[in-house]
Design a protein around this ligand. Structure first.
Ligand code: TEU
Ligand code: CA
Length: 555
């Protein structure tokens, strides 16, 4: 079979603001990342996905870009970036940039021009509409970060669309000049030698021409039928592929909220000439009474159904990306495992086994390889994330929901759980900074840190290192066919991978209870690839301990 580097890679996501601070200002930076490349090389990852490092006023921590071809002041200089790229390539590590082109910052020169007058050549770089009347936006759509999705602008007396914060005006992709400006910028980065793009909310760049009111879900109307998977989305991505992507040996992964396996086969089909893979959100974008703000855990049978549908429906047609968390999600071990002292390590290793034995490219979010946990926020001023702060204000301070009900949901789902400083060692501020960090360090850094774990062969870190090595040694893990077993079990996640006459059995106990399992005959007494607890697996009947996980081969 044709071997492709991004299908065999393990990708590590860095959120630069929280990864490593080299100059004591409490904010992570590019030189800090360069200083930690050997750690990443030792872990065994192949590709770094760098969350945005471009110039930005940081209304949404870099996802509001004011200059795509300059580096954010707090993160350093373009020379620092060039050094990072050279040092990464020296170590055989690739760097994938975060492409945020559904919107820019309102401080981008394009928007400053666009809002200055209706006749400005950049006017149609953005989406301007007349209000229904002076105080009423063009429709009832709500922004992801609270409030209306429309901002009134005095200068020209019109509203502009912002699906995220009002400092993130949406670009008008129907304007060919916008597409050309974006493609030129992408070419500039590819010519610098980067290795690909993660494309922020790329499923949202094509909107319908008509923009009617949406169905009211909480405070505002839902924009998604008109702004997600829009009429020209595939044409624009094919145009991007033809003008830029196809000219370089790079990888692309689309962040596509709302994507289904059927749509993914178009976005990331083997021969659709769009993207290489997409992130699906069926597993993480669980919604309850207050939108995403819920502390409900997904039943295991539901999780298995979602994961299995993606594994089977994309097989040989498109490529999966595999993740438990990222900079927008709570910490995996707190959400899908058990972060109590008794079970944190075992459940972190179990989750890693479950994900890294699947078909697709696995993504590790910074600190996940250490088993880092959610943060114990105590008050609203502990938060930094615009989404979390606005949500508390919109739901709680409005009187809609009591603090007692909303606070546990905020604690459980806030993106800030993933944005506390990377825990390097047990020195002050976990070795992340010599200054005061921009967001508090999790107090459990004294036990959970890279220095302690790289020195402990039984640590979560070394378990991830083993899994990454297994993927390189066993093509069946990359290319084998997936099949779910025991679909109705609420405790065990059991599946097989098959490639030619080789077969793997993956068994994960997602529960805190001892659970009986019968090992199929063909695996008894053969090879145990990896397990997170001492066991022999040489007889059919076993009782799995809480969060026990193992992988057997039929060879
Ligand atoms: O996130 C897109 C997105 O859908 C977010 O609303 C995310 O799913 C949600 O916050 C999870 O609760 C991307 C980036 O990953 C995110 O950091 C940015 O804030 C957002 O786009 C706007 O650029
Ligand atoms: Ca710094």
């Amino acid at each position: 079979m044709k071997r492709i580097w991004w299908k065999e890679a393990v990708i590590y996501q860095i959120y630069p603001r929280s990864f490593m601070d080299s100059n004591g200002d409490g904010i992570g930076d590019l030189k800090g990342i360069t200083s930690r490349l050997d750690y990443l090389k030792y872990l065994g990852i192949d590709v770094i996905w760098l969350s945005p490092v471009y110039k930005s006023p940081n209304d949404d921590n870099g996802y509001d870009i004011s200059d795509y071809q300059a580096i954010m002041d707090e993160f350093g200089t373009m020379e620092d970036f060039d050094e990072l790229l050279i040092e990464a390539h020296k170590r055989g590590l690739r760097i994938v940039m975060d492409l945020v082109v559904n919107h820019t910052s309102d401080e981008h020169k394009w928007f400053i021009e666009s809002k200055s007058s209706k006749e400005n050549p950049y006017r149609d770089y953005y989406i301007w509409r007349e209000g229904k009347d002076i105080n009423t936006p063009p429709n009832n759509w709500g922004s992801c970060f609270g409030g209306s999705a429309w901002q009134y602008d005095e200068t020209t007396g019109m509203y502009y669309l912002h699906l995220f914060s009002k400092k993130q005006p949406d670009l008008n992709w129907d304007n060919p000049k916008v597409r050309k400006s974006v493609f030129d910028m992408m070419t500039w980065w590819c010519d610098k030698g980067i290795d690909g793009f993660r494309m922020d909310v790329i499923s949202m760049i094509s909107k319908t021409a008509e923009m009617p009111d949406g169905k009211v879900t909480d405070f505002y109307g839902d924009y998604s039928p008109y702004c997600v998977h829009g009429p020209n989305i595939h044409r624009y991505l094919q145009e991007m592929n033809e003008n830029v992507l196809s000219k370089y040996d790079i990888m692309t992964v689309g962040e596509t909220p709302g994507v289904t396996p059927k749509l993914a086969k178009q976005y990331a089909g083997e021969d659709t000439h769009e993207l290489n893979m997409v992130f699906q959100f069926e597993l993480v974008d669980i919604h309850g009474k207050y939108g995403k703000w819920t502390d409900e855990k997904l039943p295991l049978t539901e999780l298995k159904k979602i994961m299995s549908r993606w594994q089977t429906e994309l097989y040989n047609k498109a490529w999966n990306s595999l993740f438990w968390d990222n900079h927008d999600q709570p910490r995996a071990v707190s959400r899908f495992g058990n972060d109590s002292p008794a079970y944190r390590e075992a459940s972190a290793k179990m989750l890693a086994t479950c994900l890294h034995m699947m078909q697709g490219t696995p993504y590790i979010y910074q600190g996940e390889e250490l088993g880092m946990t959610n943060y114990p926020f105590e008050k609203l001023s502990d938060f930094r994330d615009i989404e979390s702060i606005n949500a508390y204000r919109e739901w709680c301070e409005s009187g809609e929901v009591s603090h007692e009900i909303f606070w546990p949901c905020l604690l459980f789902r806030s993106r800030d759980n993933a944005r506390t400083p990377m825990q390097w060692d047990n020195s002050a501020q976990a070795g992340f900074t010599t200054g005061t960090p921009w967001i508090s360090t999790n107090p459990n850094y004294t036990e959970i840190n890279a220095k302690a774990e790289t020195a402990d062969p039984d640590s979560v870190f070394h378990y991830y290192k083993k899994l990454i090595a297994l993927r390189k040694q066993n093509p069946i893990i990359v290319y084998g066919k997936y099949e779910l077993l025991l679909k109705d079990s609420e405790e065990l996640y059991v599946y097989t991978r098959t490639l030619d006459d080789e077969k793997l059995l993956v068994v994960c106990n997602f529960s805190e209870t001892k659970t009986h399992f019968t090992i199929p005959e063909e695996f008894i007494g053969k090879t145990s690839l990896i397990s997170n607890m001492e066991n022999t697996y040489d007889k059919p009947e076993i009782a799995l301990r809480p969060y026990e996980a193992f992988v057997l081969s039929n060879k």
